[in-house]
Write a protein that binds this ligand. Sequence first.
Ligand code: AMP
Ligand code: ZN
Length: 469
Amino acid sequence: MQLYNSLTRQKEEFKTAEPGKVKMYTCGPTVYHFAHIGNLRTYMMEDVLENYLTYSGYDVMRIMNITDVGHLTSDGDTGDDKMLKGAKREHKTVMEIAKFYTDAFFSDCEKLCIKKPEYIQPATGCIPEYINMISVLLEKGYAYEAGGNVYFDTSKLDQYYRFHDFREEDLEVGVREGVEGDANKRNKADFVLWFTKSKFDDQELKWESPWGYGYPGWHIECSCISMKFAGETLDLHCGGIDNVFPHHTNEIAQSEAYLGHAWCPHWFHVLHLNDETGKMSKSKGEFLTVSLLEEKGFSPLAYRFFCLQSHYRKTLVFSWDNMKNAQTAYDKLLAKIEAMLDNNDTVDDAKKAELLAAFTAAMDNDLNTAQAVTVLYDILKSDANAATKLACIADMDKVLSLRLIENAKALAENHAAPEIPAEVLELVDQRKEARKAKDFAKADALRDQITALGWQIRETRQGTEITKL
Ligand code: AMP
Ligand code: ZN
């Protein structure tokens, strides 16, 4: 498979240290608020990558951190603490916020068919590992204590900037911003490994350390969590494009200084999803979440389809019109598949292999999901029989995860179900009202009336189910 590597800035054959095994690390969410659908684009493309590696025969070990401490709004060492900000906003403790938004994140992922990584580690669970790594960095002379904090000394490295996608002057701006107000740093690019002197007096989470009572900087967690599960090397490290600097640059600096050898040869970055104003933000009033998509009547998988229609290395612009188009296209796709479900064909294996070759060619070319979607339409238009087309779609969906066949079957079942008479629907509404008002006697009487008309009603966690008796 040819996969773009941000470190070498070219497409190259993806290789692993151990044949057939991939050790993959993906930077996880900062759980101070809901994920926006931009964040979820990144996780979705990482999910597609994991699926395709598995489809190609690899055994994939995937690790993800959950950032519940240390991430400041600037991504560097300035700004507010994101978790603290979230806790203040909701008058809760940091750990309550972390639990709530971690659950919300995985619930969004489930709706978008993004699998849970095999290893998930909250950052607050690895304090001894950070203390160990920082102690080694101090011993080896790669770190120093100043003003109560511990800093990584970037001047000790032959090469600190490892991704050259940016112009040096752009990096300089970021660095200058990062150093504002911190006279303790010996070099502009140095970054905090451990804070004890923080401007956040009300910092809730602090731990004892050899350097005083404090908390870790943001970057150290990903190095330590990766090594906790994958050992001294990784095959593949992923994240959104904004993670390139400073986060991934700092991860490489501290990991390689600690290990004394190279750490991860391949870096995969997903470009941003922007809204029409140019940038996704969580501070704007109505920010784009999976729940908002649902409230507006869209299915989360139509959003997944929208993302797959574009290449992960292109910036993608979200608009409600684009979303409407994606929903229409997704619904049409399901309808086409539904129409093929009832067939007596047998799968033509040779034809199936020929059609799927176009799919693997697209995916082997730097995970070109946009081309893979075109192949999906080509297969539907091809002269293959229905069973062969369905077999191809089932295979492709192991990677794309659009639940195409399952949802087409659900559609068919819906179409086969008899229409519920208006009179029954009216009684169902009245019963909902009665239950809301806790008038259970009335609710029971309404159920009896519904039964008398030949229908059965069941309230489930997913909603109300009405079936013919
Ligand atoms: P955070 O929760 O802020 O740590 O970000 C989680 C992930 O989302 C990181 O991998 C970011 O690089 C990524 N990300 C942030 N903003 C966007 C965006 N607008 N589009 C796509 N990915 C993003
Ligand atoms: Zn990370």
